[in-house]
Design a binder for this molecule. Structure first.
Ligand code: 5GP
Ligand code: ZN
Length: 115
């Protein structure tokens, strides 16, 4: 828990969000400014600022984010046509919130390479 972290506050319930999943390791909620019909952020409860800060002991918690994203994608009917999962790491990738979050994006086609 980092006292000044927006996503720690959402995970703790101190700031409201539209939660779609919660367990002992992870929380998932609707992005406040969705860029696709489905845009959900999946975060670990542990405060990890960037992908660059992931330690070997975080492997289970980070791997779990994919399990949660996959489950939600399936629930939202995205499994057949597919979806995109994104971690932005630091400034060049456009990371705005420094608590790692897996973007689950779906419901439309996405370009590659990204802009
Ligand atoms: P990043 O650019 O760091 O990878 O993505 C941060 C994401 O967090 C953005 O898509 C942004 O819309 C979302 N976001 C920022 N502040 C809030 C908030 O207070 N609540 C929710 N639900 N999403 C937020
Ligand atoms: Zn945090």
């Amino acid at each position: 828990m980092s006292a000044d972290c927006l996503f720690c506050k959402i995970a703790n319930g101190d700031i409201p969000a539209k939660l779609v999943h919660e367990d002992d390791m992870a929380v998932a909620f609707e992005d406040i400014k969705p860029v696709a019909p489905v845009h959900i952020l999946v975060i670990p409860r542990k405060h990890i600022p960037t992908v660059d800060d992931i330690e070997p002991e975080d492997s289970q918690a980070v791997g779990h984010l994919f399990q949660v994203a996959k489950k939600i994608a399936c629930e939202r009917g995205l499994a057949e046509n597919g979806y995109r999962l994104v971690f932005n790491c630091k400034a060049d990738a456009g990371q705005l919130v420094y608590h790692i979050h897996l973007h689950l994006l779906g419901g439309r086609k996405f370009n590659w390479p990204p802009g």
